[in-house]
Design a protein around this ligand. Structure first.
Ligand code: NAD
Length: 327
């Protein structure tokens, strides 16, 4: 047992260090595959020895500590992560869990591409954008509104006059990422490791003119009205409402009425993945019907009504990255 505890501490230390580099410093030193494998090992040990799970374990925490560079804003609703699955069998297990509440195996899921960027929470009041906050540690994020206001696909005003929260993902198109790294190469500056790292590093720039000079983009997928949420009962409705308010939605998402349709969607986008203009690292599967969300519930880190089906991470090492260390 002492040996298991020692091994567990080593895994937690490693993951905490990598999380700090990835989330707080925007400077990852290992690829996602390595991080995910160590995380899976930690989860396996914790499943076998639940008495060893502590609140500070990386399996229980969202993100990492946030910097003091920006104003801190508490999220009105926690910004959680998503539970990962890596096989179709695990998707079926997820559906079995959902079926315990819905009493049917034929559940409708909204399948969306898992955009490999960073999440943002936009708050609008009286039709005006008042905060734009990073996920941070899930409870408190950084208000990066001045930088977000430079993103053309995020409107400063929307028609809805209620207090609205919209969440989504900020990202770079692959071609924009290449352009930025080419410029960095010419200037002999350290390169960004990947588009996600570039987006995270850019949105947390103190100089908004640098952000404005790079074409960040955003897809939104979550809509909540503090005064009038009665009309939105499904993820499909939420996406329609987001579009109605003039915000950008990823058009590849699809309502899947059963597991067959869901499997076809996953297979289709596993094949199409490299043809997309932006990077995705999986498929997000959300129960379409909101009415069951509270009953199905949440863990400290994730909702139980959605999962992320992750593609195997690709290891992309280029000669350029060997020449210049990533930032
Ligand atoms: P996650 O990225 O696996 O999944 C949750 C996130 O998915 C959400 O917060 C949201 O931002 C995003 N998302 C994208 N598209 C979405 C959509 N359509 N609907 C809903 N959400 C969507 O979880 P995480 O906790 O943000 O990060 C964990 C992952 O980050 C790890 O699995 C690993 O791949 C990576 N990571 C890497 C390192 C490293 O050093 N390389 C360190 C820490 C984390």
């Amino acid at each position: 047992m002492e040996q298991i505890k020692k091994h567990l501490e080593q895994l937690k230390k490693k993951l905490n260090q990598w999380s700090k580099e990835y989330y707080t410093l925007d400077s990852p030193t290992v690829d996602d595959l390595e991080y995910d494998l160590v995380m899976q090992e930690l989860k396996k040990i914790e499943n076998e020895h639940p008495e060893l799970i502590t609140n500070d374990s990386p399996t229980q925490k969202v993100g990492h500590t946030i910097s003091d560079k920006f104003e801190k804003v508490a999220h009105k609703i926690p910004m959680l992560s998503l539970a990962d699955v890596f096989s179709w069998e695990e998707v079926e297990n997820f559906n079995n869990q959902i079926a315990k509440q819905t009493k049917t195996l034929n559940n409708a899921y909204y399948a969306e591409l898992k955009i490999d960027g960073l999440s943002i929470s936009l708050n609008y009041e009286n039709g005006k954008l008042i905060t734009a906050t990073t996920r941070g540690d899930g409870v408190v994020g950084e208000n990066v509104i001045n930088n977000v206001k430079t993103i053309k696909s995020i409107p400063w005003t929307i028609p809805d006059q209620n207090h609205i929260e919209v969440r989504g993902e900020i990202f770079f198109l692959k071609k924009e990422f290449e352009k930025i790294n080419n410029e960095k190469l010419l200037n002999q500056e350290p390169l960004f490791a990947n588009p996600r790292n570039a987006a995270a590093g850019t949105i947390r720039q103190l100089d908004s003119s640098i952000v404005a000079s790079r074409n960040l983009d955003a897809f939104l997928y979550y809509y909540f009205s503090w005064n009038d949420n009665k009309k939105i009962h499904t993820q499909q409705d939420a996406l329609l409402e987001i579009e109605k308010q003039g915000l950008k939605v990823n058009k590849e998402g699809r309502l899947c009425n059963n597991l067959e349709e869901l499997k076809a969607y996953i297979d289709e986008y596993t094949n199409k993945r490299d043809d997309l203009d932006y990077e995705i690292d999986g498929i997000v599967i959300k129960l379409n019907d909101f009415n069951l969300y509270d009953k199905i519930g949440y863990t400290a880190k994730t909702p139980k009504w959605a999962i992320a089906y992750k593609f195997p991470a690709e290891i992309k090492e280029t000669k350029l990255l060997d020449i210049f260390p990533s930032v």
